[in-house]
Design a binder for this molecule. Structure first.
Ligand code: CP
Ligand code: NVA
Length: 309
């Protein structure tokens, strides 16, 4: 019998809201399993292929450690050392690699490349960051919010800074997890206008950071120059100078507001030196939750759980 078409996770829209809620709750449960030193190895003999065309610390370590903890194995495939980096067509790479491993994660530049890879893959593909989206980070961010403050539905989140891949994934998250999103970017650095238009009822564009954070339950920022934009660093530092998140800005948000940043962070630029260790910052919990959230995601994609049980 042919295998059914695999489910992929290229953006947050690939899972339903119910499925995403299952992943978040499962992530919290898997964290407890790990913290209680309970052996849980559903992925024995399963292999995760990890294709990296950009640098990574958290994504690589969390996927590789997570797969090992669940009894499986992870293969690190850098484009520098594979034929992908020498121009072998994506279709051929997808057909070959997916005939040998059980699940694949890809970090690359052009989002169309993960879509192309997924079209030709026999196994689930996970987007581990493209220029357009970073959905795995959002699983960890939502898990972190739920752990600290409970359900995010109906809350107000403010995105400060670049209208980048993380901002786009926050727009999708607002839709899937039912929260309001204020977006505060300097002129010329707004997110994809079509994505904003498609989600207009949940989004407010506010150009002044002090106005944007008012009443927010979560304030989020990211680097001003993403991977691939290194040449723009200086120009961006000028354009984003008034968009730093610091304790004074956080004081204007809701009393119980949290601060998140996907990391790596640049102290003195998008966040002040004292913001990292401010009591409202949960950036280290957020980073750790990459591990638990992606284990839950891989369970969802590989084990086809009954999410209504
Ligand atoms: N947040 C994140 O994806 O970090 P890395 O680039 O270190 O993987
Ligand atoms: N926006 C950043 C996120 C890094 C995890 C980048 O794409 O470089």
């Amino acid at each position: 019998m042919p295998n059914p078409a695999p489910r992929h996770f290229l953006t947050l829209l690939d899972l339903t809201s119910n499925e995403l809620d299952w992943v978040i709750q499962r992530a919290i449960a898997l964290k407890q399993i790990r913290n209680s030193n309970t052996l849980y190895e559903p992925f024995r003999n399963q292999v995760l292929g990890m294709i990296f065309e950009k640098s990574s610390t958290r994504t690589r370590v969390s996927f590789e450690a997570g797969m090992a903890q669940l009894g499986g194995h992870a293969l690190f495939l850098s484009s520098r050392d594979t034929q992908l980096g020498r121009g072998e067509p994506i279709e051929d790479s997808a057909r070959v690699i997916s005939s040998m491993v059980d699940i694949i994660m890809i970090r690359t530049f052009d989002h169309a490349q993960v879509e192309e890879f997924a079209r030709h893959s026999k196994v689930p593909i996970i987007n581990a960051l493209t220029d357009d989206y970073h959905p795995c980070q959002l699983l960890a961010d939502i898990q972190t919010f739920v752990e600290h403050r409970g359900c995010i539905s109906g809350k107000t989140v403010t995105w400060i800074g670049d209208g980048n891949n993380m901002c786009h994934s926050y727009i999708n998250a607002a839709r899937q997890f039912d929260f309001n999103l204020n977006i505060c970017c300097p002129s010329g650095y707004a997110p994809n206008p079509q994505l904003v238009k498609d989600n207009a009822q949940r989004i407010q564009i506010i150009s002044d950071p002090k106005t944007a954070v008012q009443g927010s339950h979560l304030v989020v920022t990211d680097t001003w120059a993403s991977m691939g934009q290194e040449d723009e660093k200086k120009a961006r530092e000028l354009a984003f100078a008034n968009y730093q998140v610091n304790p004074e800005l956080m004081d204007l948000a809701a009393d119980d507001a949290l601060f998140m940043h996907c990391l790596p962070a640049y102290r003195g630029l998008e966040i002040s030196h004292d913001m990292f260790n401010d009591p409202r910052s949960v950036v280290y919990d957020e980073a750790e939750n990459r591990l638990h959230a992606q284990k839950a995601l891989m369970e969802f994609l590989l084990l086809n759980p009954n999410i209504d049980a």
